[in-house]
Design a protein around this ligand. Structure first.
Ligand code: BES
Ligand code: ZN
Ligand code: ZN
Length: 477
């Protein structure tokens, strides 16, 4: 689907505030619509008048002007796109609408995002894919068409990054292994000028990443450590390190998950997918911010080489870790990835993104990312970007009393003891490896994947939190 400006197509979309005069309708249609109480402009309402010898208009409600949010706009764009596709429309024009408190181009971007969220589908395994009909949308009535088209290009690039992350999560684990994930990153990011380095197990062992290897050893699909460098400011300028959990599948290991909880564990590389998608969007839009992406990709399986509960392993930092539960594997891979990001990368800030704990979902539900930090200012910046992106990030406390839950009896650390405050103790475990650099941990176990779909997100991978990370890094640049 493409966007353009000021092309007058036959089908027109009008976004309408509740209570606003429907002066875009002919008197006859207006009377009909009102008499039938078909359309008042409430958020979520749609009135379409399409077909031969009609006005070919679609009205999409935005609700009260005072109550407008960016997510209402995204949803409205999504719903308008769905309606146009339902009627097999190929091209349509969007009547210009603004809001006194919103940047005009930003307004168009939110709508465009909604159309693109609707356009996304993962149909490559279907015998007969049913492509959407809507191919071209024109934003009408803009004088500064250059400014508009620049904004549209920006959001298209961001959404391409979001779709890349969704695709990677949706790919089945028999196809997306650590090796193929690395190759895919190489392919997609290498061609837009991002440096992609891929290291195999020999290198991983040389680094002393024993905690990571303990997880990786259970699978015949061997690990890949992936480092992406996007350094438009030059190597000397410290980068933001984005560290993504990259478990291409999580069976739980010997602490095997029950079948129902194992289902959807292909999403356990959602953190790394968001790192790839974010760096894609930054590079395509030539954002001036140095970023290094780190993914310690592995698969958590069962075999004669798999780790056991009770094993004791070392780590790149040298701390010993007792395996309380093989299903708490993410923090083992991240321990080494974070320590590497803190000590081997010219990094100023570290952000990790991980489908880390079911406890985060129990605490905050399916839609909200749980955050833990050692630096409230850094988290505040990320939360502001989340807000602008229509994504939800909520801080969990990390009081010192809880640290004793990750101290080992016979070792320096233990990966799990009890269930209480599980999302917090997981975060505290990670904090041990960031060497006091400003750090934020984003637990996306809830929002990375949706079984049911919600709002403008379809079933499957959501691409969360690509938009948040992109906006955060854009504002920094
Ligand atoms: N990958 C899971 C966490 C997860 C749960 C992601 C639900 C997405 C949706 C993680 O590796 C895990 O299994 N965590 C355990 C930790 C427990 C053993 C302390 C959990 O949450 O049950
Ligand atoms: Zn697990
Ligand atoms: Zn996991």
């Amino acid at each position: 689907m493409n966007f353009t400006s000021n092309k007058n197509f036959e089908v027109k979309v009008f976004f309408v505030y509740e209570g606003q005069g429907l002066d875009m309708l002919t008197q006859e249609t207006l009377e009909y619509a009102q008499k039938q109480l078909l359309f008042k402009g409430k958020a979520g309402q749609i009135y379409s008048h399409l077909g031969p010898r009609t006005e070919n208009k679609i009205l999409v409600g935005l609700g009260k002007k005072e109550a407008l949010t960016t997510n209402i706009l995204r949803q409205a764009g999504h719903d308008a796109g769905a309606e146009l596709n339902k009627h097999k429309v190929i091209k349509a024009s969007i009547h210009k609408i603004t809001h006194p408190d919103m940047d005009t181009f930003g307004f168009a971007q939110y709508l465009a995002e909604g159309f693109m969220q609707n356009d996304y589908q993962f149909d490559r395994y279907k015998e007969k894919p049913q492509p959407k009909t809507l191919k071209l949308l024109s934003f009408e009535g803009y004088k500064d068409t250059e400014g508009l088209e620049e904004s549209l290009t920006e959001i298209v690039n961001v959404m391409d990054g979001v779709s890349m992350a969704k695709d990677m999560v949706n790919l089945p684990p028999n196809e997306l292994t650590p090796e193929t994930m690395a190759m895919l990153a190489q392919q997609e990011l290498g061609k837009i000028g991002v440096s992609v380095e891929i290291f195999g197990e020999e290198w991983i062992k040389e680094q002393g990443m024993d905690a990571y290897m303990a997880v990786a050893d259970g699978s015949k699909n061997r690990p890949r450590f992936i480092q992406l460098s996007y350094l438009p400011l030059g190597e000397e300028v410290p980068a933001v390190a984005l560290v993504g959990k990259g478990l291409t599948y999580d069976t739980g290991g010997y602490a095997l998950k029950p079948a129902a909880s194992m289902r959807t564990m292909k999403c356990d590389m959602g953190g790394s997918a968001s790192v790839f998608g974010t760096i894609y969007a930054l590079a395509k839009n030539q954002i001036q911010a140095n970023v290094v992406g780190i993914v310690a990709a592995a698969e958590n399986m069962i075999s004669g080489n798999a780790m056991r509960n009770d094993d004791i392993v070392s780590s790149m930092k040298g701390l010993s870790i007792e395996i309380g539960n093989t299903d708490a594997e993410g923090r083992l891979t991240l321990a080494d990835a974070l320590y590497y990001a803190a000590t081997q990368v010219n990094s100023e800030w570290i952000i990790d993104i991980a489908t880390l704990t079911g406890a985060a979902v129990v605490a905050l539900g399916d839609h909200t990312t749980a955050a833990i930090t050692n630096n409230d200012d850094l988290l505040a910046k990320i939360q502001a970007s989340a807000e602008a992106s229509g994504e939800y990030v909520w801080q969990l406390p990390s009081y010192p009393e809880m640290r004793k839950q990750i101290k080992g009896e016979f070792t320096d650390l233990v990966n799990v003891t009890g269930r209480m405050g599980g999302a917090i103790t997981a975060g505290l475990f990670l904090e041990e490896f960031v060497e006091k650099k400003p750090w934020v941990h984003l637990d996306i176990a809830g929002p990375a994947y949706t079984k049911t779909g919600w709002g403008y997100l379809h079933k499957g991978g959501t691409g969360i939190p690509v938009k948040t990370l992109y906006n955060f890094l854009k504002n920094r640049g």
